[in-house]
Design a protein around this ligand. Structure first.
Ligand SMILES: [Zn+2]
Length: 66
């Protein structure tokens, strides 16, 4: 298959804090990964500091076709 290229846009996927009335977003808390199965990354809210674990880091980057 020959390679082709098309313009694409980078999108950043964020996780908004679940706490009602809080408009913070979840950010990695330190560089540690929890060695669970699957591995989890500890995050905390930028505003209320609520901790949450996710299977990958936020913001998570992806591409969309224009
Ligand atoms: Zn919050």
């Amino acid at each position: 298959m020959p390679q082709t290229s098309k313009p694409a846009k980078v999108v950043s996927v964020d996780y908004q804090c679940d706490v009602e009335g809080c408009d913070g977003v979840m950010r990695p808390a330190g560089m540690n990964m929890l060695l669970s199965d699957p591995p989890q990354y500890p995050h905390e809210c930028t505003v209320c500091k609520t901790p949450m674990n996710f299977p990958h880091r936020y913001p998570n980057f992806g591409y969309v076709q224009e």
